[in-house]
Design a protein around this ligand. Sequence first.
Ligand code: NAD
Length: 249
Amino acid sequence: MQSTARVVVVTGAARGIGYGIAECFAARKDRIVIADLDLAAAEAAAAKLDTEAVGLACNVADRASVQAMIEAVVARFGRIDVLVNNAGICPFIEVMKMSPEVWQKTLDVNLTGAFHCTQLAAEKMIAQGTGGRVVFITSLAENVTGPAQVDYGASKAGMRMTMVGFATALGKHGITCNAIAPGMILTDMTRFHWEKPENAAFLRTRVPVGRIGTPTDIGNAAVFLASPEAAYISGVTLRVDGGHQACCV
Ligand SMILES: NC(=O)c1ccc[n+]([C@@H]2O[C@H](COP(=O)([O-])OP(=O)(O)OC[C@H]3O[C@@H](n4cnc5c(N)ncnc54)[C@H](O)[C@@H]3O)[C@@H](O)[C@H]2O)c1
Protein backbone atom coordinates (compact mmCIF):
# COMPACT_ATOMS: atom_id res chain seq x y z
CA MET A 1 0.00 0.00 0.00
CA GLN A 2 1.72 3.16 -1.15
CA SER A 3 1.74 6.21 1.10
CA THR A 4 2.36 8.86 -1.58
CA ALA A 5 -0.46 10.45 -3.59
CA ARG A 6 -3.01 7.73 -4.07
CA VAL A 7 -6.10 7.45 -6.24
CA VAL A 8 -9.13 7.67 -3.97
CA VAL A 9 -12.67 6.98 -5.20
CA VAL A 10 -15.46 8.30 -2.99
CA THR A 11 -19.03 7.44 -4.00
CA GLY A 12 -21.85 9.88 -3.33
CA ALA A 13 -19.29 12.62 -2.77
CA ALA A 14 -20.92 15.53 -4.57
CA ARG A 15 -22.06 16.82 -1.18
CA GLY A 16 -22.37 15.96 2.51
CA ILE A 17 -20.22 13.38 4.23
CA GLY A 18 -18.75 12.13 0.94
CA TYR A 19 -17.53 15.59 0.04
CA GLY A 20 -16.07 16.05 3.52
CA ILE A 21 -14.19 12.77 3.06
CA ALA A 22 -12.92 13.93 -0.34
CA GLU A 23 -11.69 17.20 1.19
CA CYS A 24 -9.71 15.33 3.86
CA PHE A 25 -7.96 13.12 1.28
CA ALA A 26 -7.39 16.17 -0.95
CA ALA A 27 -5.63 17.90 1.96
CA ARG A 28 -2.90 15.25 1.71
CA LYS A 29 -2.78 15.68 -2.08
CA ASP A 30 -4.30 12.35 -2.99
CA ARG A 31 -5.97 12.27 -6.39
CA ILE A 32 -9.74 12.19 -5.97
CA VAL A 33 -12.64 10.73 -7.91
CA ILE A 34 -16.07 12.04 -6.94
CA ALA A 35 -18.50 9.40 -8.21
CA ASP A 36 -22.12 10.51 -7.87
CA LEU A 37 -25.56 10.16 -9.42
CA ASP A 38 -25.48 13.90 -10.10
CA LEU A 39 -22.70 14.48 -12.67
CA ALA A 40 -22.92 18.29 -12.68
CA ALA A 41 -22.68 18.41 -8.88
CA ALA A 42 -19.82 15.87 -8.92
CA GLU A 43 -17.84 17.95 -11.43
CA ALA A 44 -18.48 21.14 -9.46
CA ALA A 45 -17.38 19.45 -6.22
CA ALA A 46 -14.21 18.08 -7.86
CA ALA A 47 -13.36 21.55 -9.18
CA LYS A 48 -13.42 22.95 -5.62
CA LEU A 49 -10.82 20.49 -4.31
CA ASP A 50 -7.23 21.66 -3.93
CA THR A 51 -5.75 18.63 -5.72
CA GLU A 52 -6.11 16.69 -8.97
CA ALA A 53 -9.75 15.57 -8.98
CA VAL A 54 -12.48 14.48 -11.35
CA GLY A 55 -16.24 14.10 -11.08
CA LEU A 56 -17.81 11.05 -12.70
CA ALA A 57 -21.41 9.94 -13.10
CA CYS A 58 -22.24 6.74 -11.26
CA ASN A 59 -25.35 5.04 -9.95
CA VAL A 60 -23.94 2.58 -7.42
CA ALA A 61 -27.11 0.46 -7.63
CA ASP A 62 -26.49 -0.19 -11.33
CA ARG A 63 -23.71 -2.71 -12.01
CA ALA A 64 -23.01 -1.39 -15.54
CA SER A 65 -22.77 2.17 -14.27
CA VAL A 66 -20.27 1.15 -11.56
CA GLN A 67 -18.24 -0.84 -14.08
CA ALA A 68 -18.11 2.17 -16.44
CA MET A 69 -17.04 4.45 -13.57
CA ILE A 70 -14.24 2.09 -12.47
CA GLU A 71 -12.96 1.78 -16.06
CA ALA A 72 -13.03 5.57 -16.39
CA VAL A 73 -10.96 5.92 -13.20
CA VAL A 74 -8.33 3.49 -14.47
CA ALA A 75 -8.29 5.18 -17.90
CA ARG A 76 -7.71 8.56 -16.24
CA PHE A 77 -5.37 7.69 -13.35
CA GLY A 78 -4.07 4.18 -14.16
CA ARG A 79 -4.99 2.72 -10.77
CA ILE A 80 -7.29 2.70 -7.71
CA ASP A 81 -5.81 2.67 -4.20
CA VAL A 82 -8.72 3.58 -1.93
CA LEU A 83 -12.47 3.11 -2.28
CA VAL A 84 -14.90 4.78 0.08
CA ASN A 85 -18.42 3.33 -0.16
CA ASN A 86 -20.31 6.42 0.98
CA ALA A 87 -23.30 6.76 -1.38
CA GLY A 88 -26.49 6.12 0.52
CA ILE A 89 -30.11 7.05 0.95
CA CYS A 90 -32.50 7.15 3.91
CA PRO A 91 -36.14 7.65 2.90
CA PHE A 92 -37.36 8.05 6.54
CA ILE A 93 -40.71 6.25 6.01
CA GLU A 94 -42.43 4.41 8.84
CA VAL A 95 -42.16 0.69 8.18
CA MET A 96 -45.92 -0.07 8.24
CA LYS A 97 -46.42 2.51 5.47
CA MET A 98 -43.40 1.53 3.39
CA SER A 99 -43.92 0.16 -0.11
CA PRO A 100 -41.87 -2.83 -1.28
CA GLU A 101 -40.37 -0.54 -3.94
CA VAL A 102 -38.94 1.85 -1.35
CA TRP A 103 -37.61 -1.07 0.70
CA GLN A 104 -35.92 -2.54 -2.37
CA LYS A 105 -34.39 0.75 -3.48
CA THR A 106 -32.77 1.34 -0.09
CA LEU A 107 -31.21 -2.12 -0.21
CA ASP A 108 -30.17 -1.67 -3.86
CA VAL A 109 -28.35 1.62 -3.22
CA ASN A 110 -26.89 1.14 0.26
CA LEU A 111 -26.15 -2.58 0.33
CA THR A 112 -25.90 -3.91 -3.22
CA GLY A 113 -24.21 -0.69 -4.32
CA ALA A 114 -21.39 -1.30 -1.83
CA PHE A 115 -21.06 -4.87 -3.12
CA HIS A 116 -20.77 -3.74 -6.78
CA CYS A 117 -18.24 -1.00 -6.02
CA THR A 118 -16.09 -3.13 -3.71
CA GLN A 119 -15.95 -6.17 -5.99
CA LEU A 120 -15.15 -4.17 -9.13
CA ALA A 121 -12.61 -1.85 -7.47
CA ALA A 122 -10.94 -4.76 -5.66
CA GLU A 123 -10.40 -6.54 -9.00
CA LYS A 124 -8.24 -3.56 -10.04
CA MET A 125 -6.44 -3.41 -6.67
CA ILE A 126 -5.63 -7.14 -6.84
CA ALA A 127 -4.30 -6.78 -10.41
CA GLN A 128 -2.10 -3.85 -9.32
CA GLY A 129 -0.54 -6.04 -6.61
CA THR A 130 0.10 -3.14 -4.21
CA GLY A 131 -2.75 -3.63 -1.76
CA GLY A 132 -5.56 -1.23 -1.10
CA ARG A 133 -8.11 0.14 1.30
CA VAL A 134 -11.90 -0.06 1.32
CA VAL A 135 -13.90 2.03 3.78
CA PHE A 136 -17.65 1.50 4.14
CA ILE A 137 -19.75 4.34 5.55
CA THR A 138 -22.41 2.53 7.53
CA SER A 139 -24.27 4.16 10.44
CA LEU A 140 -25.14 3.61 14.08
CA ALA A 141 -28.14 1.97 12.33
CA GLU A 142 -25.91 -1.04 11.62
CA ASN A 143 -26.75 -1.93 15.26
CA VAL A 144 -29.80 0.09 16.33
CA THR A 145 -32.72 1.53 14.42
CA GLY A 146 -36.25 2.89 14.68
CA PRO A 147 -39.68 2.60 13.02
CA ALA A 148 -38.83 5.01 10.20
CA GLN A 149 -35.42 3.48 9.51
CA VAL A 150 -36.13 -0.25 9.24
CA ASP A 151 -35.05 -0.43 5.57
CA TYR A 152 -32.05 1.75 6.35
CA GLY A 153 -31.01 -0.29 9.39
CA ALA A 154 -31.34 -3.53 7.42
CA SER A 155 -29.20 -2.12 4.62
CA LYS A 156 -26.52 -0.83 7.00
CA ALA A 157 -26.38 -4.06 9.03
CA GLY A 158 -26.00 -5.90 5.74
CA MET A 159 -23.30 -3.47 4.69
CA ARG A 160 -21.39 -4.17 7.89
CA MET A 161 -21.37 -7.90 7.23
CA THR A 162 -20.47 -7.28 3.57
CA MET A 163 -17.49 -5.31 4.86
CA VAL A 164 -16.51 -8.12 7.22
CA GLY A 165 -16.85 -10.70 4.45
CA PHE A 166 -14.75 -8.71 1.98
CA ALA A 167 -12.14 -8.23 4.73
CA THR A 168 -11.79 -12.02 4.96
CA ALA A 169 -11.59 -12.37 1.17
CA LEU A 170 -9.18 -9.54 0.39
CA GLY A 171 -6.70 -9.59 3.27
CA LYS A 172 -4.36 -11.91 1.41
CA HIS A 173 -4.03 -9.23 -1.27
CA GLY A 174 -3.03 -6.55 1.24
CA ILE A 175 -6.45 -4.95 1.00
CA THR A 176 -8.11 -3.96 4.27
CA CYS A 177 -11.85 -3.37 4.67
CA ASN A 178 -13.35 -1.40 7.53
CA ALA A 179 -16.46 0.62 8.30
CA ILE A 180 -17.11 3.99 9.83
CA ALA A 181 -20.44 4.29 11.63
CA PRO A 182 -21.21 8.01 11.78
CA GLY A 183 -23.49 9.30 14.49
CA MET A 184 -25.49 12.46 13.93
CA ILE A 185 -23.87 14.44 11.13
CA LEU A 186 -25.31 17.66 9.73
CA THR A 187 -25.91 17.19 5.98
CA ASP A 188 -28.76 17.56 3.50
CA MET A 189 -29.91 14.06 4.53
CA THR A 190 -30.50 15.10 8.15
CA ARG A 191 -30.83 18.90 8.14
CA PHE A 192 -34.67 18.82 8.25
CA HIS A 193 -34.47 16.80 11.48
CA TRP A 194 -31.79 18.76 13.33
CA GLU A 195 -33.25 22.15 12.45
CA LYS A 196 -36.20 21.39 14.75
CA PRO A 197 -35.33 22.98 18.16
CA GLU A 198 -36.59 19.98 20.17
CA ASN A 199 -34.35 17.62 18.21
CA ALA A 200 -31.35 19.91 18.55
CA ALA A 201 -31.91 20.04 22.32
CA PHE A 202 -32.23 16.24 22.48
CA LEU A 203 -28.96 15.91 20.61
CA ARG A 204 -27.08 18.11 23.09
CA THR A 205 -28.21 15.89 25.98
CA ARG A 206 -27.46 12.57 24.24
CA VAL A 207 -24.11 13.27 22.60
CA PRO A 208 -21.40 13.46 25.26
CA VAL A 209 -19.16 15.82 23.25
CA GLY A 210 -22.17 18.17 23.06
CA ARG A 211 -22.38 18.96 19.37
CA ILE A 212 -23.54 17.54 16.08
CA GLY A 213 -20.88 15.90 13.90
CA THR A 214 -19.41 17.30 10.70
CA PRO A 215 -18.42 15.63 7.43
CA THR A 216 -14.82 16.46 8.35
CA ASP A 217 -15.12 14.33 11.51
CA ILE A 218 -15.87 11.38 9.23
CA GLY A 219 -13.23 12.32 6.66
CA ASN A 220 -10.48 12.38 9.28
CA ALA A 221 -11.41 8.84 10.35
CA ALA A 222 -11.47 7.65 6.73
CA VAL A 223 -7.99 9.07 6.10
CA PHE A 224 -6.73 7.17 9.15
CA LEU A 225 -8.31 3.85 8.10
CA ALA A 226 -6.82 4.30 4.62
CA SER A 227 -3.34 5.10 5.94
CA PRO A 228 -0.31 2.80 6.05
CA GLU A 229 -0.49 3.13 9.87
CA ALA A 230 -3.84 1.26 9.79
CA ALA A 231 -2.40 -1.73 7.91
CA TYR A 232 -3.28 -4.22 10.68
CA ILE A 233 -6.84 -3.02 11.14
CA SER A 234 -9.40 -4.92 9.06
CA GLY A 235 -12.99 -6.11 9.47
CA VAL A 236 -13.97 -3.59 12.14
CA THR A 237 -16.41 -0.72 12.52
CA LEU A 238 -15.15 2.55 13.98
CA ARG A 239 -18.00 4.54 15.52
CA VAL A 240 -17.53 8.27 14.99
CA ASP A 241 -20.46 9.61 16.96
CA GLY A 242 -19.17 11.88 19.73
CA GLY A 243 -19.92 9.08 22.19
CA HIS A 244 -23.63 8.96 21.29
CA GLN A 245 -24.03 5.19 21.28
CA ALA A 246 -22.10 4.90 24.53
CA CYS A 247 -24.56 7.22 26.27
CA CYS A 248 -27.68 5.80 27.97
CA VAL A 249 -28.83 8.87 29.94
N1 NAD B 1 -25.85 12.42 7.79
C1 NAD B 1 -25.84 11.56 8.79
O1 NAD B 1 -26.17 11.89 9.96
C2 NAD B 1 -25.41 10.14 8.56
C3 NAD B 1 -25.31 9.30 9.67
C4 NAD B 1 -24.90 7.99 9.49
C5 NAD B 1 -24.58 7.52 8.23
N2 NAD B 1 -24.69 8.37 7.15
C6 NAD B 1 -24.33 7.81 5.85
O2 NAD B 1 -23.35 8.63 5.22
C7 NAD B 1 -23.51 8.58 3.80
C8 NAD B 1 -23.63 9.98 3.24
O3 NAD B 1 -24.74 10.62 3.86
P1 NAD B 1 -25.02 12.18 3.70
O4 NAD B 1 -25.70 12.61 4.95
O5 NAD B 1 -23.81 12.89 3.23
O6 NAD B 1 -26.13 12.15 2.53
P2 NAD B 1 -26.54 13.24 1.44
O7 NAD B 1 -27.95 12.90 1.07
O8 NAD B 1 -26.24 14.62 1.91
O9 NAD B 1 -25.57 12.93 0.20
C9 NAD B 1 -25.64 11.68 -0.46
C10 NAD B 1 -24.92 11.77 -1.79
O10 NAD B 1 -25.03 10.46 -2.39
C11 NAD B 1 -25.45 10.61 -3.74
N3 NAD B 1 -26.20 9.41 -4.14
C12 NAD B 1 -27.44 9.03 -3.76
N4 NAD B 1 -27.79 7.88 -4.36
C13 NAD B 1 -26.73 7.52 -5.13
C14 NAD B 1 -26.49 6.44 -6.01
N5 NAD B 1 -27.44 5.50 -6.24
N6 NAD B 1 -25.30 6.36 -6.64
C15 NAD B 1 -24.36 7.31 -6.44
N7 NAD B 1 -24.54 8.39 -5.65
C16 NAD B 1 -25.72 8.48 -4.99
C17 NAD B 1 -26.31 11.88 -3.76
O11 NAD B 1 -26.39 12.43 -5.08
C18 NAD B 1 -25.55 12.76 -2.78
O12 NAD B 1 -24.52 13.50 -3.43
C19 NAD B 1 -24.74 7.69 3.55
O13 NAD B 1 -24.32 6.37 3.28
C20 NAD B 1 -25.48 7.75 4.86
O14 NAD B 1 -26.29 6.60 5.07
C21 NAD B 1 -25.12 9.65 7.28
